[in-house]
Ligand binder design. Structure first.
Ligand code: SF4
Length: 365
């Protein structure tokens, strides 16, 4: 698995705490050169089944720049011929020629940051696109890709259930293959954080957010999307293979500013600051993943998936029964109606999905 971070956007959205910034052409050139250096430096010819270009907005790069990066990956890794190769894009950053070019480069999955189909909400969020552009971009994307994912947000200022109802009606019409949902979180360093602190931005009450969450998670399955993870829904066989890899503890390379890597034992990270990364793109060791941490992660990452975790796989992996390590936690959360225990499988209940973070916290030893 390879993740490639592109930390550039045309404009910073009002809620965004991701590692992204506005850039000029020279900075993007230097960055692509640095990325290629890093890939050459760290590539080990291992087999790669998924590649994910995330950001930021990876489609701020030219097709020629993306081609250089893909070539570097191809030279330093063995890309499986059935690899899932995803790129994130924002409506308004791609046209027909660009999409055709992406396809020719080997991308076979497009993840579109739509967030909402409501013009007023898109404006509040500070997105660069309006609803019409989002709709046109999804339609265009579907012409070139048979695996298109759409991101939607809920819990937004001024958002009501009716807005979401219209969003999902639009999803039904556009019929992408995959939908990811995100509840708005107010994070430090964002414009929203300042506005909330100054009392100038009102957020929907907690119970309204919970209603929105219930509405989306109950409606998407009626539109043909299976829920396979807390925040992810897809048509049959269109789950994100890359993200599934994270939740099941696979090894991954992360290239680019702020990107993390995991080799099964060590977790490393690159400098987050773009200029620092360009100057010295050698990852630093952040954490040695101890056996204890690996057991915790196996549980709280695996529990994100609807299928949950297998007691047998846990025993094979760690040489100890899951009940000997987490018996009390499992029992308590089953009692609270947050976990299901079904012979080999342990999984979140519907209520547990809504309160996932509380359950995961319990799995920290
Ligand atoms: S497009 Fe995405 S990464 Fe860029 S500023 Fe907006 S939310 Fe952040």
């Amino acid at each position: 698995m390879i993740y490639i971070h592109v930390p550039f956007c045309r404009k910073k959205c009002n809620y965004c705490a991701f590692n992204s910034k506005i850039s000029d052409a020279a900075e993007r050139n230097f960055y692509v050169d640095a990325l290629i250096r890093e890939i050459h430096l760290r590539g080990d010819n291992s087999k790669v089944e998924t590649i994910y270009f995330g950001g930021g907005t990876p489609t701020t790069l030219t097709l020629a720049q993306l081609e250089k990066i893909i070539c570097a990956v191809g030279k330093n890794f063995s890309i499986d011929k059935y690899a899932e190769i995803t790129i994130e894009a924002n409506p308004g950053t791609v046209d027909e020629n660009y999409l055709r070019g992406l396809k020719a480069l080997g991308f076979n999955r497009l993840s579109l940051g739509v967030q909402s189909f409501d013009d007023a909400l898109l404006k509040i969020l500070g997105r660069i696109h309006d609803s019409r552009t989002a709709i046109e971009t999804v339609k265009l994307a579907k012409k070139f890709f048979d695996n298109v994912s759409v991101d939607l947000m809920y819990g937004l200022p001024n958002q009501m259930l009716d807005n979401l109802r219209r969003d999902l009606a639009q999803i039904k019409l556009l019929a992408p293959q995959h939908v990811s949902i995100y509840g708005l979180e107010i994070e430090e360093g964002t414009k929203f954080f300042e506005l909330v602190r100054a009392g100038k931005l009102a957020l929907p009450a907690e119970n309204i957010c919970a209603d929105m969450y219930d509405f989306i998670t109950e409606t998407l399955p009626t539109l043909g999307f299976n829920r396979y993870e807390i925040s992810n829904f897809s048509r049959k066989n269109f789950e994100s293979r890359h993200n599934r890899g994270y939740w099941t503890g696979k090894k991954y390379f992360g290239f680019g500013a702020g990107a993390h890597s995991f080799d099964g034992k060590l977790r490393t990270s690159n400098a987050r600051d773009v200029a620092t990364y360009i100057e010295n793109n050698v990852p630093i060791v952040e954490e040695v993943v101890t056996r204890k941490a690996a057991m915790e992660e196996f549980c709280f990452l695996g529990l994100r998936l609807v299928e949950g975790i297998s007691a047998q796989v846990f025993a094979e992996k760690f040489g100890v029964k899951i009940s000997d390590v987490f018996g009390e936690v499992i029992e308590k959360n089953c009692r609270l109606g947050l976990l299901n225990l079904d012979s080999d499988k342990i999984s979140l209940t519907k209520r547990g999905m809504a309160l996932g973070n509380e359950v995961f916290a319990d799995f920290l030893l």
